[in-house]
Design a protein around this ligand. Sequence first.
Ligand code: AMP
Ligand code: ZN
Length: 469
Amino acid sequence: MKLYNTMTKRKEDLEPITPGQVNMYVCGPTVYNLIHIGNARPMIVFDTVRRYMEYRGLKVNYVSNFTDVDDKIIKAANDEGVDSSVISERYIEECKKDMEALNVRPATVHPKATEEIDGMIDMISALIDKGFAYVAEDGTVYYRTRKFKDYGKLSHKNLDDLRGGQRSLLVSGEDQKEDPLDFVLWKPKKEGEPYWESPWCEGRPGWHIECSVMSKKYLGDEIDIHAGGEDLIFPHHENEIAQSEAANDTEFAKYWMHNAFLNIDGSKMSKSAGNFFTVRDIIAKYDPQVLRFFMLSAHYRTPLNFSDEIMAQAKNGYERIVTSASNLDYLIGNAKKAAADDEERAKLDEAAKYEKAFCEAMDDDFNTADAVSAIFELVKFINSNSSGDFSKEYLEDLKRQLLTLTDVCGLIVERKEELLDADIDALIQERQAARKNRDFVRADEIRDQLTGMGIILEDTREGVKWKRA
Ligand code: AMP
Ligand code: ZN
């Protein structure tokens, strides 16, 4: 398996620190509002990375945080006149609902910043003791970037240019910084803000320290993969490296993965720019699986533009896969032979080449665009090699092959549970009409189709009744 490492700007072989196990940390959302579909991109992408590594037999410890203390959360709380935890808890719950709808599996641990303050105070104290941080007069603690000789190694930035650029950006209150690139580790409370006791002042942490602390606590000083959207490379991940490597005296993460943006009309979708759709908006219009399929239709390092036309294409593509799987269900329910014969076995071997193509694509830096093409090739193969007198064993194996690949992508293609009562009633009415017209062939076909979908019909005096098997 190869993956592109932002640190080295090369594709590298995945060689976990502990063989057979991958420890990965993915920066999660700041919870002050419903998440937008741009935030959903890293969730879906790295969930798929996780699923593929598990499919390849690796044990994955996956940690993703919720930033639940931040200016925007405090502002939303003040606007509503509630405690900031009311806002963050509400949107953590809403975010979890969206993740579930998108079939993003819960992380092994979802730590929250406000529950990790003690660890942050410990790390900041260690950084002060080692000379990597200093306390300003007002109690603000800053990271001393000049002391960390590798500062800038992830973002490959020229620090002197950055320093020049940032000097003009110095905001009031930050004039106690030794260097424009120094960043806040701890800051004093302001009126109406949540705060914690600390050796320096009553206050709250800066944003970057939480990830260094949570990653260390749940995954150890050195982890395999650290990931997030590409906007996090600088300064967030650069600052995390400076904090963790100075505090722990070891490399922080072996591989750095960053997804490209989800754009709309060519610019990054973001809450602050106001050009966003929430996941909730989109899944009211499309099946959430279509949104997931859309995200995977591009390689994660390629910018992806959102539009209704592209979603319509994604809907068609996704439905082709679902239809193929449900046709197989129907055929399996009606298969007359049980065991596969030699000819069928040969076909199954032929079908297996698509799983191989799928793996080749995923091994190449998780190229889901090509992996999805391999699924389409398999669907094409299934559609032209399944109608006829095939055995149950053969058809079931084809279905297993298809579901293995769609499961790695986190796509749910089995729709039994979503078969609506209204759809069943419509089929029953059609069957009744066929019987009335003495079209018993069609009537039996519909009964078989319903049986294949797990619906059992009972002809009673009061009419046709049905139940789920
Ligand atoms: P935030 O809540 O802004 O910290 O974002 C949470 C995650 O979503 C981070 O990994 C961001 O990089 C990512 N993200 C935010 N906006 C976009 C976007 N338009 N496209 C892709 N990823 C994004
Ligand atoms: Zn982070």
